[in-house]
Write a protein that binds this ligand. Sequence first.
Ligand code: G3H
Ligand code: ZN
Length: 287
Amino acid sequence: MLVSAKEMLTKAKAGHYAVGQFNINNLEWTKSILLTAQELNSPVILGVSEGAGKYMAGYKTVVGMVNGMLEEQNITVPVALHLDHGSYEGCFKCIEAGFSSIMFDGSHYPIEENVAKTKELVAICNEKGISLEAEVGSIGGEEDGVVGMGEVADPKECKAIADLGVTMLAAGIGNIHGKYPANWQGLSFETLDAIQQLTGDMPLVLHGGTGIPADMIKKAISLGVSKINVNTECQLAFAEATRKYIEAGKDLEGKGYDPRKLLAPGAEAIKATVKEKMELFGSVGKA
Ligand code: G3H
Ligand code: ZN
């Protein structure tokens, strides 16, 4: 059964580790992530961007696939199905479809409008037992059509949003979606520290988890980050393993063109990436 992310993140914040949000794109992604979480006895959050939701034939299809897999693959670790960077309208669609967690990304609105819309969603999510993530500042780069300017969050605005009663808070602290450029300035730990001081027990979310060096991840966790989002790194791992398979001509041997064989190296590569991240984030054995 899908669960809200509230309990797993409260435990993570208190236990000084982070739960990974891994974005899904299809059945292979979902299966690889869920089986790895189960094998490592780790809680996990499945992220679905609006673009990926459309690609997977709609939010209800996603809910059906994930629920079916939880049951038939005997997944017993806590799993939250979470809308990633949701629009105001997207949040309502996912609530209706049966998601157990949503993110309202109101970071592009003026702060007053972000507060008003987030407040409305807090009331609805509380009533339904769904966890809600809000965002302040913005994550640089682009993810599935969501473009951010990389604006570092104002800790006071973070407090204003946290005080509305959201479950977790994403703040822009110099993090970027996709691959980090060679001249990246790193995360602003000063800002993160100030946000954590003002927001207390609120689990903080680090987006753009792909390619952030391990020491920065650990420091971010020590400053209150309890959820870390990873998307691009699984895509890169999948693409590389698939390329190797095809370049080695394996699709031309026997029935190597069968999608169950063709997609297997990529699925294994996703499992290895998720395992590495769960170990780094410290969520192994925390289910
Ligand atoms: O919302 C999802 C993420 O922030 C993932 O970022 O693609 O850089 O790993 P990433
Ligand atoms: Zn993100």
